[in-house]
Design a protein around this ligand. Structure first.
Ligand SMILES: C[S@@+](CC[C@H](N)C(=O)[O-])C[C@H]1O[C@@H](n2cnc3c(N)ncnc32)[C@H](O)[C@@H]1O
Length: 297
């Protein structure tokens, strides 16, 4: 029964590929020739070398803008994404062991972390993100990486408990504060973990020892930020969701080196979301600082 429901949801999400802004991009990727790939490096940038039609690669990448996560280099095309995503991934990498694990990356965007995870030899990595453009970016990169271990589902965190199997490790990074019911989200992660499994999450936090959360109308110009918890509040949420262990791995402010305007996005970036000296968001709230947390099932 859950699988039937899931297939209906999948079909509905795939309708995005018929939308007039997405359909031509899908067709462009379907027609992209196979190139000879000589070497792939999973460094801070995911770097792919081979025998490419450089102009075609560049134009394809440009058509898939905006690139939020990365960077990637394919031949001579360097996709300098808005986020230097290696800063987050490198922070977490030392805390995780994915050897032979079944892994989910929920809110995976274009899969930058999924590609990085391959270095730890997981059994399988499933990325979940409901946005068709990000899946097309993933498909573009995986056209070259061509990994059978990586799978992408156009599904959200709310669909996880319906999924065909559970996971040993679930990453859910940068999603919690976008959910209007964060405790339900944590319960959905918990329900999708194997016994002894772990969820690695990150969220904006406010610095306070009290059990409180900020409920902004807008935060750093984002309209979809609902709750920014203090660490004690986040711990309470994890306990309500019945996680057995709560461990803060890292705490780090987001700075203008990690998130900045590049040629690969349109519009604004972090420096436009903060006041002049960066001491507050444009709305007068504390500037973005994130906690990285391990939750054990
Ligand atoms: C702030 S970005 C975080 C991306 C990445 N995980 C990171 O930490 O760099 C939030 C991501 O969640 C995705 N998203 C939107 N709705 C979602 C949902 N219902 N479930 C899971 N992810 C969702 C967005 O498309 C976007 O890629």
């Amino acid at each position: 029964m859950p699988t039937m429901q899931l297939n209906e949801i999948r079909k509905e999400k795939e309708r995005q590929f018929t939308f007039k802004n997405i359909a031509p991009l899908k067709e462009m990727l379907d027609n992209l020739p196979k190139f000879k790939v000589d070497n792939i490096k999973f460094n801070n940038a995911i770097e792919i070398d081979g025998e490419f039609d450089e102009e075609l690669i560049y134009q394809t990448a440009r058509n898939l803008m905006p690139w939020r996560k990365g960077p990637f280099r394919i031949g001579k095309t360097f996709i300098d994404s808005e986020w230097q995503s290696f800063i987050k991934y490198n922070l977490l990498e030392k805390h995780i062991n994915l050897e032979n694990k079944i892994v989910a990356d929920v809110g995976c965007n274009n899969g930058y972390y999924m590609f990085r995870m391959l270095s730890q030899n997981p059994k399988k990595v499933v990325g979940f993100d409901p946005m068709a453009l990000f899946k097309l970016q993933f498909d573009f990169i995986n056209h070259f990486v061509d990994s059978e271990k990586l799978h992408y589902e156009l599904l959200g965190v709310e669909h996880l408990p319906l999924y065909e199997h559970k996971f040993d490790t679930i990453f859910c990074l940068g999603v919690l504060y976008h959910r209007s019911d964060p405790v339900t989200m944590l319960k959905q992660l918990k329900a999708s973990l194997n016994q002894g499994g772990e969820a690695i999450i990150d969220t904006f936090i406010i610095e306070s020892n009290e059990e409180i959360a900020l409920c902004p109308n807008r935060y750093a110009k984002m309209r979809n930020v609902y709750f920014i918890p203090s660490i004690p509040t986040l711990k309470n949420w994890a306990e309500i969701a019945k996680f057995k262990e709560f461990e803060v791995l890292e705490i780090k402010p987001t700075d203008l080196n990690e998130q900045r305007k590049t040629d690969w996005i349109e519009g604004e970036s972090l420096n436009n979301f903060l006041n002049e000296d960066g001491s507050k968001t444009i709305e007068g709230y504390p500037p973005p600082i994130r906690a990285y947390v391990r939750l054990k099932n």
